[in-house]
Design a protein around this ligand. Structure first.
Ligand SMILES: CSC[C@H]1O[C@H](OP(=O)(O)O)[C@H](O)[C@@H]1O
Ligand SMILES: Nc1ncnc2[nH]cnc12
Length: 288
């Protein structure tokens, strides 16, 4: 039986989930290495939840250093079919103000030093990714924002930069000219891997700053980000709780649950045994 139905990945400033009850902590092993941290299993709104601190407790892991594959594989191994991510982001539009929440429905990839696929080593797969965010999970976040009485805009484009330095003003203005809404360093690789793992994924993006484009506002600093996250963390917890309550029992009603059905290109007889073994958790259901 699944150890968890819903995974929560907490970002900057959100290293635990105070609302969880009946908690226990486990170290999950994966063929892709270690996840960022031990995972806390617990109950929230009667649902079995697994909480992972993305950067590790104490914030020890750079965005570029994150083992996204191990983090998502660990969630799959625990049995989750939804992942709710929460992240700090910079705003690229005046209308998205610090402490507001945005629930992005699109991403732009500006990374260049990350491994964001379970495929390779003798197996080739291509999943559809036109809609990178699960509409059901995004709606659950919107519902959570409504219940918590906070601004939660459904839809928007998240630019995923490499970092760790924040953007130059020229870059920030370029992303604005593309019509992007928010900027962060972590969520797109999680969304890609979750799709390959047939897990539904959505992000609750907490606006913490105006990056560096907005005259009359200070350029982003870590101090500013953490101050807003701390001030707003109880709202984030309330939104997450409402979202967990709103989620269906699993993601079988979404196309994401069968994302791999037509994705594999490689002739079955030519997939190396070690690679097949590593991906058994994803592929066994199609090989009966
Ligand atoms: C602390 S500012 C930059 C840092 O904050 C965001 O983290 P997360 O997405 O994990 O909340 C951003 O992506 C950077 O990693
Ligand atoms: N302005 C910004 N750029 C990138 N990541 C961020 N996380 C929070 N604010 C950010």
């Amino acid at each position: 039986m699944a150890q968890a139905e819903i995974g929560i990945i907490g970002g900057s400033g959100l290293y635990n989930m105070p609302g969880l009850t009946d908690t226990s902590e486990i170290k999950v092993e994966t063929p892709f290495g270690d996840p960022s941290e031990t995972i806390v299993l617990g109950t929230l709104e009667g649902r079995k939840v697994a909480f992972l601190a993305r950067h590790g407790r104490g914030h020890r892991i750079l965005p570029t250093e994150l083992n996204f594959r191990a983090n998502i594989y660990a969630m799959k191994k625990l049995g989750v079919s939804f992942i709710l991510s929460i992240s700090a982001v910079g705003s690229l539009k005046a209308e998205h103000k610090p402490t507001d929440f945005v629930i992005p429905d699109q991403f732009i990839d500006r990374t260049f030093a990350r491994n964001a696929t379970f495929f390779g080593d003798g197996i080739v797969g291509h999943v559809a990714f036109g809609d990178p965010v699960c509409a059901v999970a995004a709606k659950a976040f919107e519902q959570g924002c409504k219940e918590a009485g906070v601004v939660g805009k459904l839809g928007g484009t998240y630019v995923n930069m490499e970092g760790p330095q924040f953007s130059t003003r020229a870059e920030s203005n370029l992303y604005r000219s593309w019509g992007a809404d928010v900027i962060g360093m972590t969520n797109l690789q999680e969304a890609k891997l979750a799709r390959e793992a047939e897990i539904s994924y959505a992000t609750l993006a907490m606006v913490t700053d105006y990056d560096c484009w907005y005259e009359g506002h200070d350029d982003v600093t870590v101090e500013q980000v953490i101050k807003v996250v701390h001030e707003n963390s109880s709202n984030a917890q309330r939104v997450l709780t409402g979202a967990v309550k709103a989620l269906p029992k699993d993601n079988s009603g979404t196309p994401i649950a069968s994302a791999l059905q037509w994705a594999i290109m490689t002739d079955k007889s030519m997939i190396p045994a070690t690679t097949r073994e590593k991906l058994a958790i994803f592929l066994d259901k199609y090989d009966k």
